[in-house]
Design a protein around this ligand. Structure first.
Ligand code: CA
Length: 235
């Protein structure tokens, strides 16, 4: 089973860009142009491949074509926004009417560039999106009734305060940054227990069961799924 190989809030990391484009030549051109500027690039040739890619790893930016062989990029975009995937999306499409642009932006795209385009302009727009992204520092994260305030380090569930230790809070925060994604045990452990030499992943199970007890027993909802031998997922 594919697993996220990097955690969203792991600090400085390589900028990851997902290209959703079905034309192999264009896809290759984009990949090359972006890779030359040290971006880490993943390409998906259709809707399903893009869905799969985004379920596995988080991206800093998605470049989205609209006419795809197995569906419409706009449907994909609205699906992502409904599922609270907040990755910035730059639409790159041959559809260039005002209505098309408005529709794309209304559905949650962050920018719209029409084909044909110059690679230079695309790169400038990518930089602009990434700058904006790093300026927006989220201090409150909400998901399924869970509300984490990162400044005051307080947690609420359905408006009721939950008492969490610092480690439990840090653990929940990682999941809240990556809802729906399967996170590998070693990655979670490395993030929570910075010193690797005494890394004991059994400790993770202990913390997970405490966190579950605090979130799930009181409200009789399942928040976490254990993926045997792999890790955990915030559902
Ligand atoms: Ca296309």
């Amino acid at each position: 089973m594919p697993v996220a190989d990097e955690i969203d809030n792991a600090g400085p990391h390589f900028v990851k860009i997902l290209i959703v484009e079905d034309q192999p030549r264009l896809s290759q051109l984009l990949r090359q142009g972006l890779a030359e500027h040290a971006y880490t690039v993943t390409c998906a040739g259709g809707c399903q491949a893009a869905r799969d890619a985004l379920c596995e790893v988080s991206y800093d930016l998605i470049i989205l074509d609209l006419g795809l062989p197995d569906g419409d990029g706009l449907d994909l975009l609205s699906e992502w926004r409904r599922s609270r995937f907040t990755e910035p999306v730059l639409i790159l499409s041959a559809r260039d009417s005002v209505q098309d642009r408005v529709r794309g932006l209304d559905l949650g795209a962050d920018d719209y560039l029409s084909k044909p385009f110059s690679l230079e302009e695309l790169l400038a727009r990518v930089r602009s999106q990434l700058r904006r992204r790093s300026e927006v520092k989220q201090t409150v994260i909400e998901y399924r009734g869970i509300r984490l305030d990162l400044l005051s380090q307080s947690a609420h569930l359905n408006g009721q305060p939950i008492e969490l230790t610092r480690r439990e809070f840090a653990l929940l925060e990682i999941f809240m940054h990556n809802p729906g994604r399967i996170l590998a045990r070693t990655l979670i452990s490395e993030k929570i227990w910075a010193s690797h030499y005494d890394l004991d992943t059994n400790l993770l199970d202990v913390y997970m069961s405490r966190l579950r007890a605090k979130l799930e027993r009181t409200y009789d909802k399942t928040f976490f799924r254990t993926v045997r031998g792999v890790g955990y997922q915030l559902l």
